[in-house]
Write a protein that binds this ligand. Sequence first.
Ligand code: FES
Length: 119
Amino acid sequence: MNGRQPLLELESLPDPGSIALEIERHGQRLAIVVIRHQGHVHGYLNDCPHLGTPLDWVPGEVLDRDGQYIVCATHGARFRIHDGHCISGPCLGDRLTPVPLRVGNGRIYLDSPPDMPEE
Ligand code: FES
């Protein structure tokens, strides 16, 4: 999809906080997570690089208790929020697949082209 696609209102997402969404790309539905942390917004495929399972432990919740890391619900891998790099767990050194987002006019947009596999 070309152009910017509005996803949600910025203020609907607490800081720190996360939400799981589905986007459409080339007719394919893709699960993503959007994270707000320290005034910044980050997006990743909701897809752990270890086994490809969703990250969230309850729908949309991917942050640890302190809101400092993304944690995979399946085996507890921890990822840095700002770059998706795995810093502990079975996929140490791997990283989440980023989804480019942009904030403007109080909204979070999917920027294009998303950095994700073509179908
Ligand atoms: S599937 Fe995420 S840590 Fe194993």
